[in-house]
Design a protein around this ligand. Sequence first.
Ligand code: C2O
Length: 465
Amino acid sequence: MKTSRRNGLSRRNVIKGAIAIAGVASLQGAAPVGAQPAAATRRDIVSFAQKASRLAKFEAAVKEMKARSRTNANDPKGWLVHAKAHADFCSLPNTAANQIHFCWWFLPWHRAYITVTERKIREISGDPTFAYPYWNWTSDRRIPQAYRSAGSPLADAVRFTPNRPVDDGEVDFFPNNPTLKQLGVAALAVTAYEATTPGRINRTLGGIARPNPANSFGNNRLEGTPHGPIHNYAGGFRTQDEGGDMTDFETAARDPIFFAHHGNLDRLWEIWRKDPARRATEPTSDAFLKHRFPFPWLDGTVMQIAVEETLDTLKLGFVYDNMQVTRPGTQAVVVAQAAQDRLPAVGSGSVRNPLTPQAAGDERKILEITEVEPPPRPMTVGVYVKPANAPADDPGVHVGTFAAVKAGGVIAWPSRTLSFDITDVANRFAGQELTVNLVPYRIRAQGAEEYPPLRYEAMRIVTER
Ligand code: C2O
């Protein structure tokens, strides 16, 4: 009773807002109002797929959309037109005004996009309860079965996924750090949405305001990892120049797994903002809340979604099936690549680790790698730290991961300075010289993998309060 009343209200608001503001825009076409569920439940694909009829309807809708695009690439009901919405906003230079990566639009834009996707599928499948299932890579370290069954339209994508499970580093899981282990995904430790200085972008969940006077941009903590590494893992590459759909933002949304990957990121945002103190850090300015994103609708019109509409999932008509990082009843998987399987380092440096003064309880030690040049092709890199006098075969402590993903054929580089919180390991080896190794993950489907050295200016440890 209560839910349906709330839904009725929110739908009217959404429709009225969209029409009043945008003119051409309308959420009305999304589904007959009466048929809209109070709030559809976005499920983990594993439980989603347990109901065969539900999965079959989803598959049939994606199949139809793909078939339409094959007949006419410009069919507004086609999959390609839909996927292009992502290319239009993502395969742009980092500094372009309508780039929705590398800034505070990252989370709301992708939330809105998944919502439009699920409404299209609702319409085409005739299943009014459809909600796009997500891939929980903390619990499932391979592309889930439903997205890779031979012949399934959900598996119909260009993929050169490496034949190995996703590693802990790629999903930002630190099983050896008690605090971070508890969180499951380390990005959930950040406490602020918006970065007030460029140097803090990767210590926020939402990133920096754009446009901004200095044209600053960069990956927020979640966007850096697991977002980037999962793109590279799912897409992989075959030859130096031939990557999978997911390895390039321009093609990423052609792969149905894209929306399942972003669904999980979106769920993590929702888990993070359950804490009122964190939620209170989300921007309240009109520049943020009133900003609208245009999406192509099935009838060829443009649908607009305002950021403020994305801040209540009930307004968009969905809830998540669970708000724990791992799937209930499971533990986070531990998958650490064996040291002997690792590729040679693409960078190695020595840093002086200052002795921590007694009174410095709150101090954080940040490893900075400055003026990093974009590598020539996609790569995902693990950062490992150990004392300089440790044996050569000591793999070191994993302190973080970064990824370079393509956008329109060139690398979309996150930030010129990469930084990693290494407080725990720095305290453990206080006063010692440390060695930092940058070790690429294998993301090639088959065959040898080689990367040129990563070029950067310096590595150093800075102390922060
Ligand atoms: Cu807009 Cu994961 O990309």
